[in-house]
Write a protein that binds this ligand. Structure first.
Ligand SMILES: [Zn+2]
Length: 145
């Protein structure tokens, strides 16, 4: 992944955010930075695939989805939803640091995580963006592949 190209894409599309390659994919709202892991293969559950499909999205690359989800945070998070930000952070930490003894618990955690309001908003923003900005998304696909 070429971080420079992604940052150029963000500028070209008037997003006031920067991307930095990192171990974890995460959005830092205070500094408007997307930390992004381009090497790890993030999991997309069957539920999410179904959610995408219901919205008319069948052809997408996982990396683009994950990246646009992080970008979605920057577009849906503002100081007005500080309460959601705190709830999200606390629950995220609980899910992240609690033990994961087996695959069922792992999937359950993943499912709960994506039910958090901020996560739902970010994913929904990403899906809408993909549906209405096909050209921009295909440029992004080229950068990632
Ligand atoms: Zn998220």
């Amino acid at each position: 992944m070429d971080v420079k190209l992604i940052n150029k894409w963000l500028r070209d599309n008037h997003f006031d955010v920067k991307v930095i390659e990192s171990e974890e994919s995460e959005y830092d709202h205070e500094n408007q930075i997307i930390y992004f892991n381009s090497t790890e293969d993030e999991e997309i559950t069957r539920d999410q695939v179904r959610y995408f499909k219901r919205r008319g999205l069948t052809n997408y690359s996982k990396k683009v989805v994950v990246f646009l989800h992080e970008l979605g945070h920057s577009q849906t998070m503002d100081d007005a939803n500080i309460f959601n930000q705190i709830v999200d952070k606390v629950l995220r930490n609980i899910l992240y640091y609690s033990p994961t003894p087996n695959r069922t618990i792992q999937l359950l955690k993943y499912y709960l995580y994506h039910m958090l309001p901020l996560e739902k908003w970010a994913t929904s923003w990403a899906v809408n963006y993909m549906l209405s900005n096909k050209e921009e998304v295909s440029v992004l696909e080229e950068i990632f592949n």
